[in-house]
Design a protein around this ligand. Structure first.
Ligand SMILES: Nc1ncnc2c1ncn2[C@@H]1O[C@H](COP(=O)(O)OP(=O)(O)OP(=O)(O)O)[C@@H](O)[C@H]1O
Ligand SMILES: [Mg+2]
Length: 364
């Protein structure tokens, strides 16, 4: 199992149609050898369909797929050497853990002694030594999940496709499995395409993320890029909490633009000045943790005057809701262990922001 497995996958304008609906449309992306790449998007946006196309369980109606530079459209699924862990993974209930993991190896006519070796190796990789003789019904959800993963890894695929593998686990176990999965993927250096509609999972695990909507990739990049430089409103709201409010561009500057809110507050915002014109309406996106609160009387610098309208303590942070003069609300997250003071309902505050964290988005 020490063999380094890493293949490159390229999708070129891939489309898949069901009747009148393009479930996947013009998807082009390259997943590099050893990379952990995630497809992130809401239910029905085409994530599973895209995995099925790569695995060979469905054929594209447009474009093509290459594995290590070779077109694979005419290669049947069992010859693609691609491991898929399904959204609703099904273990054989009447087989032991050992037999479940050995299944694919027996199908490939691997000699018995080698099977024993490989099963032992993958079970140890997923932390299930000693569970060989149990039945799936005698395992926890997380353990069953690991068997499903071990079963797929046992045949040493060139590419690992994981379809929401943690979705049926509770929040705590999911967070733990997330860390283990990241470690395992790093150790194996196996090219992995991961599917989830959970943005926290996508940001935590991935080298790169593609955000999908209605069959198309809206934006791809590192987790930091899609989080801090969302391309539009959908990405901004889908990959995290976002304060969005309408502004107007009033002036172009060398490295950004000056915008004005409804109540007349002016703020410099980093943006490509070539993309904007004075007078254009836009949306300003501010991440809640990029904002700070000061007492209105002492606050200085760029910011808005506001009134505290709500506060929730979430253990590691205080989440404030503040109301601006113009009636808009902002969500502000402050670390609970910070040295800052705690504000009360009705307090007058100044919301301060670092201009670099603000993003200007098209109005629609
Ligand atoms: N075999 C099929 N026949 C007809 N329509 C299909 C078929 N498979 C998927 N679709 C449709 O294609 C679209 C994409 O489905 P897909 O399963 O890829 O979404 P998904 O992103 O995986 O969603 P989820 O997060 O709910 O699993 C949906 O509108 C779905 O109804
Ligand atoms: Mg799906």
């Amino acid at each position: 199992m020490s063999r380094k497995l890493s293949s490159e996958v390229t999708l070129e304008g891939v489309g898949k149609r069901y009747g009148d609906l393009w479930a996947v449309r013009e998807v082009s992306l390259t997943i590099r050898p050893g990379e952990f790449f995630t497809l992130l998007g809401p239910s029905g946006c085409g994530k599973t369909t895209l995995l099925r196309l790569i695995a060979g369980f469905a054929l594209p109606d447009a474009g093509g797929i290459l594995l290590d530079g070779e077109p694979i459209d005419h290669v049947p699924p069992w010859k693609r050497d691609v491991g898929l862990v399904f959204q609703h993974y099904a273990l054989w209930p009447h087989l032991s853990v050992y037999e479940n993991v050995a299944f694919g190896l027996r199908e490939r006519k691997v000699p018995r002694a080698q099977i024993a070796q490989k099963v032992a190796a993958v079970l140890s990789q997923v932390g299930l030594e000693g569970f060989e003789r149990r039945r799936p019904s005698q395992l926890s959800g997380g353990q069953q999940q690991r068997v499903a993963l071990a079963r797929t890894l046992a045949v040493q695929p060139r590419l690992l496709l994981l379809d929401e593998p943690l979705s049926n686990l509770d929040a705590q176990l999911r967070a733990q499995m997330r860390i283990e999965l990241a470690r395992l993927q790093r150790d194996l250096a196996i090219t992995t395409l991961y599917v989830t509609h959970d943005q926290a999972e996508a940001l935590a695990l991935s080298n790169r993320v593609a955000v999908m909507l209605e069959g198309a990739v809206v934006q791809q990049g590192t987790p930091e890029e899609v989080y801090w430089r969302p391309r539009n409103r959908f990405v901004a709201e889908f990959v995290g909490a976002a304060n969005l409010f309408p502004v107007q561009v009033v002036e172009l500057r060398e490295t950004g633009v000056l915008v004005e809110t409804g109540s007349g507050t002016r703020l410099p915002v980093p943006a490509d000045p070539g993309r904007w014109r004075p007078g254009t309406r836009a949306l300003l996106c501010l991440r809640p943790e990029a904002l700070r609160l000061e007492e209105a009387a002492i606050g200085r610098g760029t910011g808005f005057l506001a009134t505290v309208a709500g506060r929730v303590f979430e253990g590691d942070r205080h989440v404030y809701e503040v109301r601006l003069g113009e009636g808009a609300h902002l969500r502000v997250e402050l670390p609970a262990l910070g040295e800052g003071r705690i504000f009360r309902l009705g307090d007058r505050v100044r919301v301060e922001l670092t201009a670099e964290t603000a993003v200007l988005l098209p109005e629609t």
